[in-house]
Design a protein around this ligand. Structure first.
Ligand code: RIB
Length: 303
């Protein structure tokens, strides 16, 4: 099965800091680097590095970052036939600070990502078996057009509803799997604070379900992920890993999950695989560069 990712692609401008600045505070960075990123591109890279035939649908600007990111996807064997170049908008950028603890704070400047239009989407490949994966750094109207119509029996749709965009709830009905983290789930469940235990998390997750054949997957960092359906739930634990930089770990999870499902793995096994990929990624710097290959996964003991 093909993995098709509709999503964002950014150049990440990353500062390393001892601690993230508080409002009004100035801190001094110990390092500055550029890494390829964007939730969509990170997920496509993860799927491709983990063995899936992958195509990316998105937009870059007609600038140096756009050219570098286009080459980066191609070098990682991602099909870029549906990557649009916008002359009117610059390539997306993300300004990221990473603390010594591995935590981050991110400000995204969407640029070309938000300029992608529904009429620029590639011809539908309705009958091709595929895992279709998207996130919310792309205009909701474009995702709506991409997922118009009922999926065929050989299409698996996954939405990683990140960042939290309240109107994005309207698209949950189109997906088989909804992936959120603990902050995003509270936003979609209209709760003031994130769940403090599994019971609250399951309750919040169930408010996102619109059908009986759907699953909400909540990523919970080092604790793994929980899977919630209308009638059942379970947790899939993750191996402990050292934390250097958590940027893109959620994306790595989503792309790895898509790759595993595209290769016919059952859900629990696919989540174990995705947890392992994310655990490797948090031990390395950068979003794109931190994503493991199959040989990294073998070395980690993922299979
Ligand atoms: O999820 C991490 C990603 O979010 C970064 O690579 C950044 O570009 C933003 O899209």
């Amino acid at each position: 099965m093909l993995v098709e990712v509709l999503g964002s692609i950014n150049m990440d401008i990353v500062t390393a800091v001892e601690a993230l600045p508080r409002p009004g505070e100035t801190v001094t960075a110990t390092d500055l680097a550029q890494f390829p990123g964007g939730k969509g591109a990170n997920q496509a890279i993860a799927a491709a590095r983990l063995g899936a035939k992958t195509r990316f649908i998105g937009a870059v600007g007609a600038d140096e970052y756009g050219a570098r990111l286009r080459q980066y996807l191609a070098d990682n064997a991602v099909d870029i036939g549906a990557l649009v170049t916008k002359k009117t908008h610059p390539t997306g950028q993300a300004y990221i600070s990473v603390a010594a603890s591995g935590e981050n704070a991110i400000v995204v400047v969407p640029g070309a990502n938000h300029a992608l239009r529904a009429d620029e989407l590639p011809e539908s490949i309705a009958n091709q078996p595929r895992v279709s994966l998207t996130q919310y750094e792309t205009p909701l109207a474009v995702i709506d057009a991409h997922w118009s119509g009922t999926p065929s029996d050989t299409e698996i749709r996954i939405v990683n509803a990140a960042p939290a965009v309240p109107d994005g709830r309207a698209l949950f009905d189109r997906a088989h799997f909804i992936i959120v983290n603990e902050v995003e789930i509270a936003c979609y469940a209209s709760e003031a604070s994130q769940p403090s235990n599994f019971v609250e998390m399951i309750d919040q997750a169930r408010t996102l379900l619109t059908r009986h054949d759907q699953y909400v997957i909540v990523t919970i960092g080092a604790k793994g992920a929980i899977v919630v359906s209308a009638t059942d739930w379970y947790r899939v634990e993750s191996k402990r890993a050292k934390v250097v930089d958590t940027t893109g770990a959620g994306d790595c999870f989503c792309g790895a999950l898509a790759a595993a499902l595209s290769q016919g793995k059952k859900l629990r096994e696919a989540i174990t695989f995705a947890n392992a990929a994310a655990a490797i990624s948090v031990g390395r710097r950068g979003a794109g560069p931190s994503i493991p290959t199959l040989s990294d996964m073998r070395e980690f003991g993922a299979f």
